[in-house]
Write a protein that binds this ligand. Structure first.
Ligand code: HEM
Ligand code: HEM
Length: 201
């Protein structure tokens, strides 16, 4: 009987990215209302990780590349149908739904960081504080450092983005657990070790 072959699916950079993101995101989330300095640095870390992951999505190893896990509507629908019937196709890298979830998470994280930077700038702080190009100039602080009205705009938008990202994270965890059960493989462990058992060809 042919035995399953062990293959390295997630390279060390993807794994380091993932678990650093979990720590930075959790830190940013719980400090949003508490410690502004820690919050800003955790947020910068998230932003840097997202930028890294986008670059790695083009130049990284096989399963790290967007071209490996962004599937068209046909394949994604077929995967969904398989899921409903309880027999989804098996993928070594991200499955089609997981792939779209990665894209959604990265976009939502980027929006959260951007609106956070704007909210910080509305208080006259952070790298965007001196920027002349802004989408909402009226949301900026005036020369006394007092917000010139509308400063709540970015804060509210930022909070909504953060909450939406949290919702995606919960869906992400549901997906990871569901796929692990359906395929009888421990996906979370694979994100730690990098290895998966490839079914024999
Ligand atoms: C303890 C909680 C978490 C666990 C157990 C977990 C587990 C996983 C697993 C198993 C994968 C690979 C999915 C696959 O096999 O297709 C993955 C990918 C991913 N997760 Fe999580 N995750 C967690 C929390 C988070 C959080 C909080 C975020 C974002 C804020 C996140 C963002 C991502 C991203 C962006 C990917 C894509 C990885 C890549 O291709 O670089 N995860 N996660
Ligand atoms: C993914 C990364 C981030 C997450 C998850 C996050 C999450 C949050 C949350 C949950 C709040 C609390 C809102 C409230 O209850 O009032 C908040 C507030 C805030 N965040 Fe972020 N944030 C992130 C990134 C950033 C970044 C990069 C900056 C800019 C340096 C930033 C600046 C702010 C500011 C200025 C506030 C308002 C604090 C206040 O209430 O005075 N955030 N954030």
């Amino acid at each position: 009987m042919p035995s399953a072959q062990r293959v390295q699916v997630w390279d060390p950079m993807v794994r380091l990215f993932h678990w650093s993101l979990v720590i930075a995101f959790a830190t940013a989330f719980v400090t949003g209302d508490e410690n502004e300095t820690v919050h800003a640095y955790a947020g910068y870390a998230v932003a840097a990780l997202v930028v890294f992951r986008v670059i790695w999505g083009f130049i990284g190893t096989k399963h790290a590349r967007f071209s490996d896990f962004i599937y068209g509507p046909g394949v994604t629908l077929a995967y969904l149908k398989g899921l409903v019937s309880g027999k989804p196709a098996h993928y070594l890298g991200h499955n089609p739904l997981g792939g779209w979830m990665v894209v959604a998470l990265l976009l939502s994280l980027a929006a959260t960081c951007w609106t956070g930077l704007e909210a910080y700038a509305a208080d006259g702080k952070g790298p965007l504080a001196g920027a002349t190009l802004t989408v909402m100039p009226q949301a900026r602080a005036d020369e006394d450092g007092k917000a010139a009205g509308g400063d709540e705009f970015w804060e509210e938008l930022h909070e909504s983005c953060a909450d939406f990202t949290l919702l995606l994270v919960l869906l992400h965890l549901t997906g990871v657990i569901a796929a692990s059960v359906l395929h009888r493989e421990n996906l979370a462990r694979a994100m730690v070790t990098g290895w998966k058992d490839a079914p024999p060809e």
